[in-house]
Design a protein around this ligand. Structure first.
Ligand code: ADP
Length: 383
């Protein structure tokens, strides 16, 4: 077990050295000795010890109590006080700083050791609880963000359906065929939007890698990609007459490998749909497949709106949309789901993009060329 790293803060150098010797004898490592509160804070910031032992009466720009507040609440380092004063007002003053322990001189080494060990145990227990609370807090924020987004995003297609059905009713007797057909198209587009919204939310749930095991099946990659491209372009054509042309480029004619078909389909569909969605009408989208010995690389390249450099680091964060995406429908969930899915296949995804010029999403996946019966790559397989 690594030695506990401690900083001692004590104005009296003789007392500090004596304490240091005792701590070393007990089996701890003393990283540094501070003589003032300023020195203590600076050293704690740099050395990041496991524990600080100091006196409540340490002097400096801040008093000893304030310095301990900084060390504990800003740097998250537990503090044990060591003091000569055992009168009730001094103890009350020291307790105000909420130290993890308090030892009164003269003490026996064993008392000091027990205080340190209790302090460290308490600190670890508190850190663990804090970690759980942070996760719970984040989940709560995520849930409320999701609910407000769905209710906000869902409202506009519903309003569109309502208005179009009203109009349709009015046109049923005296409207023209083309007026009725426009209303029906608007209703269909709104239903598609709602459908997509629900799909995204369900996929988010499914993408929780911890909750699902992979179902590996053999596929012929090139034909599979061709099929996904066809589905995406057919769907885009139904909604937009001049949608982008998507072309597949590969040096190989066929390549068999094992993967979870549904997951890979989702990833490719999402990347190609985005490439088409964020590109102006008829601008080309190219999908390149390169097979190496142990991995396959798939690049989806478009010449669309691109992504501002400052937005790229946040791209795979749920609900994040780039600042130039507002003219396009979406809620910013797709890429975060894609990333989780790619990770569940033990792959990697990255993006290269320039605003106004286009984007390249690169995906690399390990090639599994025979059925893995062992716990390969940490994936759980279902037969
Ligand atoms: P959505 O498209 O629903 O907003 P995504 O999670 O799929 O959500 O994408 C997140 C954001 O990344 C998008 O809002 C958009 O700003 C940006 N983005 C994704 N793909 C592209 C692309 N091919 N070209 C430009 N921007 C893209």
């Amino acid at each position: 077990m690594p030695k506990l790293e401690i900083i001692v803060a004590e104005a009296d150098i003789e007392a500090a050295l004596k304490l240091r010797t005792t701590l070393i004898q007990i089996g701890y490592h003393v990283m540094a000795i501070a003589r003032t509160t300023c020195e203590l804070i600076a050293l704690a910031r740099v050395c990041r010890p496991d524990l600080v032992i100091t006196s409540p009466d340490l002097q400096g720009e801040l008093d000893g109590i304030k310095a301990v507040e900084v060390v504990q609440s800003e740097l998250y380092i537990p503090v044990v006080f060591i003091t000569e004063r055992s009168d009730s007002s001094s103890i009350a003053r020291a307790k105000n700083a909420k130290p993890y322990g308090l030892v009164v001189r003269p003490y026996q080494d064993i008392q000091l050791q027990i205080s340190i060990e209790i302090a460290i145990e308490r600190y670890h227990a508190e850190t663990k609880i804090k970690g759980h609370l942070d996760v719970a807090e984040k989940l709560k924020a995520f849930k409320s963000e999701l609910i407000s987004l769905i209710s906000h995003e869902g409202r506009s297609p519903l309003t569109s359906i309502l208005m179009s059905t009203d109009l349709l009713q009015r046109y049923s007797d005296n409207g023209t065929e083309s007026q009725r057909s426009r209303c029906l198209s608007r209703i269909k587009a709104a239903v598609d939007h709602l459908n997509q919204l629900l799909e995204d939310v369900l996929d988010l749930n499914r993408s929780d890698a911890n909750d699902r095991s992979l179902s590996l099946e053999p596929i012929e990659l090139i034909g599979f990609c061709r099929q996904v491209i066809k589905e995406v372009t057919d769907h885009a054509c139904e909604h937009n007459d001049d949608s982008s042309q998507v072309k597949l480029h590969s040096m190989e004619l066929s390549r068999m490998f094992y993967t979870d078909i549904r997951i890979l389909q989702h990833i490719l569909q999402n990347l190609i749909t985005n490439a088409v969605k964020y590109s102006p009408g008829q601008s080309p989208v190219d999908v390149y497949i390169t097979c190496f010995e142990t991995e396959v690389e798939i690049k989806v390249c478009d010449h669309g709106i691109g992504i501002p450099a400052s937005d790229i680091p946040n791209l795979f964060t749920p609900f994040f949309r780039a600042t130039n995406a507002s003219g396009h429908q979406g809620i910013g969930l797709g890429l975060s789901i894609v990333k989780r899915f790619v990770e569940s296949l033990a792959g990697k995804i990255s993006v290269n993009s320039e605003e106004g010029k286009g984007s390249i999403f690169s995906l690399s996946l390990p090639i599994i060329s025979s059925y893995p019966h062992d716990d390969m790559l940490g994936l759980t397989c279902t037969e």
